[in-house]
Design a protein around this ligand. Structure first.
Ligand code: C2O
Length: 535
């Protein structure tokens, strides 16, 4: 295995004046999306991050397990204090036993809207993919674009207590396709040769929207999600939530031509109307510039059946080489309600503020990093009494209780090293039911069950898939329904869990697990690096 060195200069850049509506953005190395990290399984990655902007910065390596190296995980105030303006921090971690597509993004404020990029982890040298080798691989990063500054968008929303504006466009590798009243300097093009097969490594880096992805006249064969191989299946449409990654094979088997790639939002209970479609094109070599592009209609925004068909097709590959190691016993059985709520707020526009919660607790970010508090035994930063179930149960998917303000706290849930966890995530509909893509740092988990309505602890576990459930790091909890996951707490540290819709994270839909050290020689957090930032 090798060491891969990168330098990330975080800069305030105005290069995108030329490409899109005039707006300076924060980037890594002046690029949007930022540079792709390419490595192999078991390689060590070293990234020197230099903060040249006025904001605090931290970078998260989304989906990288960070076995015992929680110091490199990146969420600000969870595993590290942020890198202050003018400062530098060196992230060092090993891609132990991982291969596939992951990504990196800023994990402070709303900077990840433009500070993000892909991580491509190739298999070890000489190890083939468990599917036919594609002729070429293409990274496709999906994003969201606001005409105004994204920090201003969220600051304004927080001040008013209302929801922030929806984005003005979606982007495919930085290109939106048409935005009204804005110049667009051509969309992203995938050049293909007739008969060849391409692997698209698709990342959803959007802040707040789950997305559908389609290509006119072409089938997509899904081979991997969240850097874990799946049983290949063929589909017209993929669904990808913020935080998720999906590798698909596409064969250029159609008549030589130009074919539209369409990326459009999915909301199973639309609380905001957003029909903006980003477009790119698949172009066969040799076609004339004048050739008319074959169009494809994106699914309507509320296409729940299309979404469900996709989600229900996902299975772990579960082969001899890549077995699904689903925990068959459960040490901690947890039931977390997740959703939106309303808290009183005298300075807000309606006298109330939209908040979000888990088990009725709106998480309060500490001012010292939780991992440091845990490692150095600093008291008063967090408590470890996060409830294993809601304190006041109610009918989560029925009429909602009135005047149900949330509690606030920096509460963590403590897990013994190597204990097994079953976590049922139940959506609630205080304001409106909405699908929540929940991301757990430091682990992959198995999605053993999913259903609509209230989870029934007596009945639903009987139909859990403990054989080949999909393994991932971010899962959509359906609007008005639930999702059950299992994982083994084999990674000591402090691990954030939150909705990957950035607005919901901001509102407090987040908590963290603290996993104690084990007793064995390789079961403790390694000591922190010497340049660990201070708060
Ligand atoms: Cu991709 Cu905590 O995030």
């Amino acid at each position: 295995c090798r060491t891969r060195n990168y330098k990330f200069n975080v800069c305030g850049d105005d290069e995108y004046h030329k490409v899109m509506c005039s707006k300076p953005i924060v980037t890594v190395n002046g690029r949007f999306p930022g540079p792709t990290i390419v490595a192999r399984e078991d390689d060590t990655v070293i990234v020197k991050v230099v903060n040249h902007v006025k904001y605090n910065v931290s970078i998260h390596w989304h989906g990288v397990r960070q076995l015992r190296t929680g110091w490199a995980d990146g969420p600000a105030y969870i595993t590290q204090c942020p890198v202050q303006p003018g400062s530098t921090y060196v992230y060092k971690f090993t891609l132990t036993g991982q291969r596939g597509t992951l990504w990196w993004h800023a994990h402070v404020l709303w900077l990840r809207s433009t500070v993000h990029g892909a991580i491509v982890i190739l298999p070890k040298l000489g190890v083939p993919y468990p599917f036919p080798k594609p002729n070429k691989e293409v990274v496709v990063v999906l994003g969201e674009w606001w005409k105004s500054d994204t920090e201003a968008v969220i600051n304004q929303a927080q001040k008013s207590g209302l929801a922030p504006n929806v984005s003005d466009a979606h982007t495919i590798n930085g290109h939106p396709g048409p935005i009204p009243n804005c110049l667009e300097n051509g969309g992203f093009k995938v050049a293909v040769d007739q008969g060849k097969t391409y692997m698209l490594r698709i990342v959803n880096a959007a802040l707040n929207e789950e997305l559908f992805f389609r290509i006119a006249n072409h089938k997509l064969t899904v081979v991997e999600v969240d850097a874990v191989y799946v049983k290949p299946f063929t589909t017209d449409t993929i669904l990808i939530a913020p935080g998720q990654t999906t590798n698909v094979l596409v064969t250029a088997a159609q008549k030589a031509g130009k074919y539209l790639v369409a990326v459009s939002p999915f909301m199973d209970a639309p609380i905001a109307v957003d029909n903006l479609t980003a477009t790119a094109s698949l172009r066969y070599s040799g076609v004339l510039t004048s050739t008319v592009t074959k169009l494809v209609a994106p699914p309507p925004q509320n296409s729940t059946p299309v979404a469900n068909a996709f989600i229900n097709s996902l299975r772990s590959l579960n082969s001899k080489t890549y077995p699904a190691k689903v925990p068959l016993t459960v040490d901690h059985s947890l039931f977390f309600t997740i959703g939106l709520g309303i808290n009183p707020c005298s300075s807000c526009v309606n006298g109330s503020r939209v908040v979000a919660d888990i088990n009725n607790i709106t998480f309060v970010m500490p001012t010292t990093a939780l991992l440091q508090a845990h490692y150095f035994n600093i008291s008063g930063v967090f408590t470890d009494d996060f409830p294993s179930k809601p304190l006041m149960p109610y009918n989560y998917t029925g009429p909602q209780p009135k005047n149900f303000a949330t509690n606030k706290g920096t509460k963590l849930y403590r897990l013994a090293y190597n204990s097994t966890v079953q976590l049922v995530l139940q959506d609630t509909g205080m304001i409106a039911p909405e699908s929540h893509p929940v991301h757990l740092h430091g682990f992959n988990f198995f999605v053993v069950g999913r259903g609509l309505g209230n989870f029934n602890p007596n009945k639903d576990p009987k139909s859990f898939n403990l054989v080949d459930p999909v393994e991932r790091n971010t899962v959509g909890v359906p609007a008005g329904g639930w999702t059950a996951i299992r994982f083994k707490a084999d990674n000591p540290g402090v691990w954030f869990m939150h909705c990957h819709l950035e607005v919901h994270t901001t509102w407090g839909l987040k908590m963290a697990f603290v996993v104690d050290n084990g007793k064995g020689p390789n079961e403790s957090i390694i000591p922190p690096p010497s340049d660990l930032p201070k708060c």
